[in-house]
Design a protein around this ligand. Structure first.
Ligand SMILES: CC(C)(COP(=O)(O)OP(=O)(O)OC[C@H]1O[C@@H](n2cnc3c(N)ncnc32)[C@H](O)[C@@H]1OP(=O)(O)O)[C@@H](O)C(=O)NCCC(=O)NCCS
Length: 180
């Protein structure tokens, strides 16, 4: 049986739960590739509770909590101002985060959530979706390849003291995703 997902736009009162799942999934995904010190620095800067609180108030940085059978299994975030290109256009947005808890991965949820995100983006007038992926995150690279992204360049992703290389991906959105 295919389980349906539900998506809820996160609001200020979701801060504790959003922050917790963000920290858990980030640690689970990248902890093994990075020093404890760089992870600690990243958590205290880019992923501090204060930073999440600030972003939750920003209409250009929508977060969604993702539930399966009423259980929180993941979250995603768009940045509606694409910072990955020198000359950003209004119809580009960035998929900044898409993370599922370990027990919810590779069960088709990522594909469903991705279709939901594309549908939202198309309905709101976006024509391309951009993102950065970490070269050592092989499951994510396979996932984005399967979703149709092309690799179009690289960028620097600072994680603590480590200036890491990120692979920039782009997907042209087609209007037939409108009804997803
Ligand atoms: C990456 C992620 C969002 C994909 O979502 P998912 O629900 O696991 O993916 P799906 O089950 O929909 O799988 C779709 C495809 O993704 C790829 N994929 C997903 N998990 C994979 C894994 N563990 N190993 C290799 N490929 C994988 C496969 O190509 C898969 O197709 P297949 O089932 O025919 O093999 C999810 O695994 C996740 O949250 N990972 C940890 C956080 C993360 O890396 N986020 C992305 C940051 S850039």
């Amino acid at each position: 049986m295919i389980m349906e997902l539900t998506y809820r736009r996160a609001v200020a009162r979701d801060l504790p739960v959003l922050h917790e799942i963000a920290m858990t999934t980030f640690e689970n995904t990248y902890g093994r590739f990075n020093t404890a010190e760089n992870m600690r620095l990243y958590f205290s800067q880019a992923m501090s509770e204060g930073e999440f609180a600030r972003q939750l108030k920003d209409e250009h940085q929508p977060y969604w909590l993702i539930y399966a059978a009423n259980r929180l299994v993941g979250y995603c975030k768009l940045d509606l101002v694409n910072t990955l290109v020198d000359d950003p256009q209004d119809d580009q947005c960035e998929l900044e985060r898409l993370y599922f808890l370990p027990e919810a991965q590779h069960r088709g949820f990522g594909t469903m959530a991705f279709q939901h995100i594309c549908g939202w983006a198309v309905r709101h007038g976006y024509r391309s979706l951009w993102l950065v992926a970490y070269p050592k995150n092989k499951p994510a690279l396979a996932f984005y390849r399967k979703m149709g992204f092309e690799q179009v360049g690289t960028t620097v992703f600072p994680l603590g003291h480590d200036m890491q290389q990120g692979i920039v991906h782009r997907l042209i959105l087609s209007s037939d995703k409108k009804n997803d």
